[in-house]
Design a protein around this ligand. Structure first.
Ligand code: TXA
Ligand code: MG
Length: 334
């Protein structure tokens, strides 16, 4: 058995850990992040090592308010500012970087991803950093999702324990309970004339269009392929997948598909209205698309823990967060 990482519910302790060069897994409203002080090159390098993440995959800088945008970004467009006024939100803005946003954050790109997460413990950690070390306020915490590269994002502090073997005794997990949203933030590229959604999430395209008054650039194809033109290098098709094979199915086909497997080896993720066929393991039965997002990654993890042969998933229908859920399911099934 591996050692557990120290847990805390005290933001000030998390801030001190970060200032000492440690890593802190932090709760956000979307998923848990693995944070390092964004100014600390050595600590950020450890984030990549702990995740097993390639160095050219840039990190999101988490800040405490829209003031952080001017510190870490530059040449901010009006529509980006309008979006930033909705922070804290599950919304990440990609803008031109400032001098402060170094290559170790941006993976060498001339842009930087910034967001204000909507979780009190995370925001209190940022406030404590500014108080403990005011000369570098507003502080930024660079944090990818707190999972090994390519694996499923953590939505509870327990899920973060997957990283325990790679973390040090000085590192910390700040336990903020289960994440309220459950899938990663919406990423909007704000470097062009018009906004472009690079990753779908709980902050929807309709939200972006309503707030900016500008229709979003089409993203359908190019954000799901691994070609040089891609703007979010972490968005490989194979991401967000459990070990267990995932297959997207229509509700009507479940019975026949499950019949081909031994009892207890097929999992089902589907809306509560869909019945579980005999012998299948119900991994999640969400009432609506919000619940689907919240329960999805824990269901993937359970499939792996049970060693299932296959997960059948019936995707949620409709717009809004259902878009983000379908995006994750499609990648997982790739
Ligand atoms: O909800 C979230 O966004 C969570 C929580 C912890 O905030 N974070 C998260 O981080 O999902 P990560 O590193 O797992 O995913 C960040 C994505 C990656 O796909 C990365 O390529 C993209 O953001 N990204 C970061 N900087 C970028 C940039 N300058 N241009 C385009 N994409 C960028
Ligand atoms: Mg991730």
């Amino acid at each position: 058995m591996t050692d557990m990482v120290e847990r805390s519910v005290v933001p000030r302790q998390a801030a001190k850990c970060l200032l000492a060069g440690g890593l802190v897994a932090l709760p956000t409203e979307t998923v848990y992040g693995l944070g390092a002080l964004a100014d600390d090159q050595r600590a950020v390098a450890r984030v990549y090592a702990v995740k097993g993440r390639p160095a050219d995959h840039p990190l999101i800088v988490h800040v405490g308010s829209a003031d952080g945008l001017a510190s870490w970004g530059s040449e901010i467009r009006d529509y980006a500012l309008a979006l930033a006024h909705n922070w804290p939100a599950p919304l990440t803005l990609v803008v031109r970087r400032s001098e402060r946003a170094q290559d170790w954050i941006t993976g060498g790109q001339d842009t930087v991803a910034i967001r204000v997460p909507d979780h009190p413990l995370f925001l209190e950690t940022l406030a404590a950093l500014d108080e403990l070390e005011p000369s570098r306020a507003p502080h930024g915490i660079a944090a990818p999702s707190a999972n090994r590269f390519g694996a499923v994002s953590p939505t509870t502090a327990d899920h973060v324990e997957d990283l325990a073997d790679f973390l040090d005794s000085d590192d910390l997990i700040l336990d903020g309970g289960p994440c309220g949203i459950g899938i990663e933030s919406t990423i909007v590229d704000c470097t062009g004339e018009i906004p472009r959604i690079l990753r779908a999430g709980a902050f929807t395209a309709e939200d972006v269009e309503r707030i900016t008054g500008i229709p979003c650039a089409a993203t359908e194809k190019d954000h799901v392929t691994d070609v040089p033109a891609v703007r979010a290098p972490g968005m490989l098709e194979s991401h967000y997948a459990p070990e267990t094979r995932v297959q997207l199915v229509a509700a009507d086909d479940i019975e026949a598909l499950a019949a081909g497997f031994a009892a207890g080896t097929v999992g089902l993720i589907a809306d509560a209205s869909v019945k579980t066929p005999m012998g299948a393991v119900r991994l999640a039965a969400p009432q609506d698309a919000d619940a689907y997002a919240r329960e999805l990654y824990a269901a993937f993890r359970e499939a792996d823990a049970l060693g299932l042969a296959l997960v059948l998933a019936v995707a949620p229908i409709g717009a809004g967060i259902a878009d983000g859920v379908r995006d994750r399911l499609t990648r997982a099934a790739h």
